[in-house]
Design a protein around this ligand. Sequence first.
Ligand SMILES: Nc1ncnc2c1ncn2[C@@H]1O[C@H](COP(=O)(O)OP(=O)(O)OP(=O)(O)O)[C@@H](O)[C@H]1O
Ligand SMILES: [Mg+2]
Length: 358
Amino acid sequence: MRTISIVNQKGGCGKTTTTVNLAGALATDGFAVLVVDMDPQAHASMALGVDPEEVEENLYEVLVEPDASGRLDGVIVNASRGIDLAPAGIVLSALEQRLAAENQEARTERLAAALSSLGREYDFALIDCPPAVGLLTFNALRASEEVIIPLETSSFAIDGVQKLLETLALLMERVGHTLSVRVLPTLYDGRTRYARETLGEIRELFKDLCFDSVVRLNVKLREAAREGMPISLWAPNATGAADYASVAMEVAMGPPAEIEAGADAQVGAAREVVIEYRDSQANDVRIAGDFNGWVPDRGVLSHVEANGRTRVWVKVLKLPPGIYQYRYFVDGQWRVDPENEESSPGPMGQTNSVLYVR
Ligand SMILES: Nc1ncnc2c1ncn2[C@@H]1O[C@H](COP(=O)(O)OP(=O)(O)OP(=O)(O)O)[C@@H](O)[C@H]1O
Ligand SMILES: [Mg+2]
């Protein structure tokens, strides 16, 4: 089973719409999908036609138990052909307080434990997260190998994404868990220049980590949610259905790391680029940039050398010719490269260092 969290702390960017309609498209392709609704607002449950007031038990009952093995099967309901749902309820908002006394480790592993003890088999579990990075989102991330970040292409979309990526990087570091992250442009209105420019910026910033598919603005998606079914069932000929079918196809091809391994051969022109960071105080230095989706040290060969008192972090990157933006992640803080005078205001307002590969 591939477990994918749909995450963004920004509200209204299309997380729930993506969860439900990606589930619909995957189910149409014959996959067995479990939708896990981790948002107390229970929008995904409603969009799948399940009234949270009517269900007897929801995820709260599972997550509140110290040993949840076997409990999850009991709350799962069938929503439509190929789609099962672990419903949410407003009580989920009380979970954080309820578990406050427990240690961080145990609190954040509840969902992972519950999913690993599932009695039924699914091809995909899609987890809809609330618009906040709290205990519920942490549980989702701990249980996932993959993350999809929907990004609205209409207003300050990219603000806050760097913060989210930093949070993901810290989480990965703390628990030694890797997440393969992809960004999905949503709510795209190609008629406006602003949306076209934002889409360009998103593609430039995230490169391969951005889906090729784009989800266009389509009122049928809103209607389908109101009707309580995925668009693949409500309006299979609508553009929204076509867009999510295309997202599903990309998802079914595998996580980006595997796709990249296959694509490596094509990047024959990639150069080996060596850059160094010198510091006598730092303990941990990583590099992140548009070449690795801003995930510190992802795909980078790294070693440390001593030069007297100074330690030198040597970073070896393989990059095709181009212009790249990057920063160092030094003991958990973002820094520009002190030895590089070339910098540029990044699309997210911060200053980035610039690397030319010829
Ligand atoms: N591509 C789209 N075209 C038209 N409407 C859309 C599209 N995507 C989402 N919407 C609508 O925008 C609103 C917000 O979307 P959605 O609920 O999926 O966002 P969210 O990120 O889950 O929000 P929250 O953070 O509150 O959970 C909903 O009314 C939804 O129906
Ligand atoms: Mg939502």
